[in-house]
Design a binder for this molecule. Sequence first.
Ligand SMILES: Nc1nc2c(ncn2[C@@H]2O[C@H](COP(=O)(O)OP(=O)(O)O)[C@@H](O)[C@H]2O)c(=O)[nH]1
Ligand SMILES: [Mg+2]
Length: 250
Amino acid sequence: MNVVVIGDRAVGKTSMVVALAKSGTKHVQVVNDPDGLVARRFNVEEDRIAGTAQMLPETLLINVDLPSGERQIQLLWIDTPGEAFSNREWQKDNATAWQDIKQQISQSTGVILLLPPNGDRVNPNRLDGRIDVDELPSNQAWVNRFKYWLDFFKDNCANAQHLLICIHKADTFCDIQQEGNKWKYKNSKESPFFEYNKYVRRTYFTSADKIIQEYNSRPYATALQFFITSTDNPHLLELPWIYLASHHHN
Ligand SMILES: Nc1nc2c(ncn2[C@@H]2O[C@H](COP(=O)(O)OP(=O)(O)O)[C@@H](O)[C@H]2O)c(=O)[nH]1
Ligand SMILES: [Mg+2]
């Protein structure tokens, strides 16, 4: 199964994968060359900051440990330039690269979309310097962007079987310790994902509810799965990968 991680600049795409590569979690590990990956990625990130980064597709093999055995997921790492998703000008000026990116995404079986926290839902007491609340979208901007992404799914992800939406940096808006302990994957035969998705949608995606309902009312709409993730909590961080591994059969 091919999976991509997408999302706007600075939403945490690199951090999420680097966290898996560095130490992994109880059930999820990067198996091909984790040390090399981390080193290479940090270099690419520096380049990106210098404004010279190119798209360097790279495949990572991610191993997921399930009660039924181990499963592998191929993560196609499209390290998009910062502006790729958010800047129309960039998309115009780099039409070929943008087409390539969309092409790669359209060929993926699974898509993991990372969203920023909703600025109006962030708890200022939880911020620790990594995030400046002024840089987070207001509720209205967050909802508009959410709509953009669902349209993006309709236009570019028609072949995807799994669409996962994560509000990342969950440490800024909830008690990740508590949520992590509540929802951590327990290796039981019973899948926790139905309850988890319902809970996350109801609790953290309320301002997008209307847009989600509209999306779901389309015929043949691929179901959306909802997550909250943070690099600070391995239990939450591994759930999207466990979901993919346990719901894909080939
Ligand atoms: N608070 C918090 N900050 C995070 C988390 N993940 C990433 N960040 C920070 O978000 C910023 C952007 O992360 P990066 O991985 O470069 O984003 P990318 O542009 O999507 O690849 C960095 O300063 C990270 O330290 C998280 O789970 N929680
Ligand atoms: Mg990045």
